[in-house]
Design a protein around this ligand. Sequence first.
Ligand SMILES: [Zn+2]
Length: 241
Amino acid sequence: MFFFDPVYLIFMIPAFILMGITSWYVRHAYTKWSKVRASSGLTGAQAAQQLVSRAAYIGTDGSTDLRGVRVLGIGGNLTDHYNPQDKTLYLSPGVANVPSVAAVAIAAHELGHAMQDAEGYIPLRFRSALVPMVNIGSNLGWILILAGLFLRWTNLAWLGVLFFAGGAVFALATLPVEFNASARAKAMLTTSGIIRTEEEARGVSAVLNAAALTYVAALITAVLQLLYYVFLVGGIGRRRD
Ligand SMILES: [Zn+2]
């Protein structure tokens, strides 16, 4: 029923537009730099494999050890991710099998997450710890808001809003994790010599910055959604007084 609230649209239309623009921008940067061949001639999978062996070697003197990190393929487009449960980097065909600037940028970014995992990087651990809370919170939040509004029990509805705030906190906690993975990617690619030219460095930045923008858009969306619930429950509270 809230979905058809025109006020909801006032809050969410800017978010939908922003999400649309950023997702277009990611696809644009990805398509553009997928056509630019990496001068190393390495595909995303080869670059990742090379960086894993290099880090495994460095790891023997105490820095980040990526021994045991596997690189596997996964179907789809831009489905690339690192899974900390099985210590595996999953790369999509457009990244794994293509020797492009975009492919090595994305592969190195996901490897950045593997490094964070191996090091027990605090922002990553904080974000992972939020996951179960956010899952429970977003479901329970709805129930509490609905029940609070139905029972005219404003405090219960506010508790629901508080549970919902977990989603915004999660989106905020995602930013340092993503920015850090991209910074690691840029450093790894340059120091390993996989990225050599000025143009390649520009391409890596363009692809990774575009991806970072989507996380900023997700945060803005989560905040707008939260503000809508604050407005909704606040309005009911005022009407009752
Ligand atoms: Zn990432």
